[in-house]
Write a protein that binds this ligand. Sequence first.
Ligand SMILES: CC(C)(COP(=O)(O)OP(=O)(O)OC[C@H]1O[C@@H](n2cnc3c(N)ncnc32)[C@H](O)[C@@H]1OP(=O)(O)O)[C@@H](O)C(=O)NCCC(=O)NCCS
Length: 322
Amino acid sequence: MTNGLHFRDATLDDATFYADVFTALRPTRPTDPVVERYWWEQPDDTYVSRRWVVQRHGRDIGVATFDHPAWARLRVPHGDIGGDLSPDRRDRATLDALLAEMERRLVAEGARRVAVRANEDDELRIATILARGFHEDRRHRRWLLDLGENGTRIAEMATESRARMRAEGIRVLTLDQDADPDTYRKVWRMNEEAVQDVPTTLPNVEETFEDTMRWLRAPDMHEDRIWLAREGDDIVGVSVLGYPPVRGVVGTAWTATARRVRGRGIARALKCETLVQAIALGVDRVQTGNDGANDPILHINASMGYRRWVGAINFLKDVPAG
Ligand SMILES: CC(C)(COP(=O)(O)OP(=O)(O)OC[C@H]1O[C@@H](n2cnc3c(N)ncnc32)[C@H](O)[C@@H]1OP(=O)(O)O)[C@@H](O)C(=O)NCCC(=O)NCCS
């Protein structure tokens, strides 16, 4: 018990409640319960995740979490705290008690740097976080693309990109069309190289091959919608939209190219194919998100017609040892 709150260990069946809490808080960007549950079911090689249902007077009023990369993979142990309250139970004192308890538990596990995130328009959460001694670290930009308004622009860009890829000797195809038995491993290696180039304060931790396979098999992913670029035997690019099965906005899960091929239009060509396909599937808009200092992808998104959406702020706090 802390401040009248009780933290009950979450079970798999609480994944739906978790998705409902976040959907009620941000109805324009719903959380899919099936995707959420899938991730709760997965053992993860890289991250340790803990989850609780927050109760008051025996009623479930919110959810609380922390995640951290396995300590053996880090020089300075860091982790993220998360969670929130149902809108009708949300006030500053309760949110503060929730975050304080997550911080306490994460630090008790050994964390020395604690991260937490808030949406840019969430004044209550931002004020609560700042008052807990966190400072702003980075901005996460979110974008929306209206496929009705931008359909012609995307179709023209895709035609140009296809011609450029032919001239560059790059084959663009979906994962299900790729017969190479090593493709999955090649996608994993290329992703791991590219992840190191995503701007960040906290170090990006390498994922295992099994983590990548769990990601590729998630319920919002489809092998015939995962777009790859091939140069000879090498996989040199990937871009994929996630399609939430129950609710949510279709959105880019990841776009990356191998270092040695950057600047040849491959990321743009792959993104175009994901969007042409989404239009054909009847999707009316797509979202994407990226670090606010990731200049190449910011440039590509802006030139494709994406408009800014409410982003997020990452906050950090250093915790003295002992
Ligand atoms: C972002 C990334 C996918 C771009 O791949 P790419 O193959 O170089 O992309 P393209 O060649 O299609 O396009 C790059 C565009 O960015 C522009 N660009 C490159 N560096 C830039 C910079 N520092 N500032 C602004 N624009 C820049 C290029 O001029 C080009 O624009 P153009 O098409 O108008 O000429 C690649 O850098 C990458 O894998 N980064 C690491 C992973 C990542 O950050 N992914 C995105 C986050 S989810």
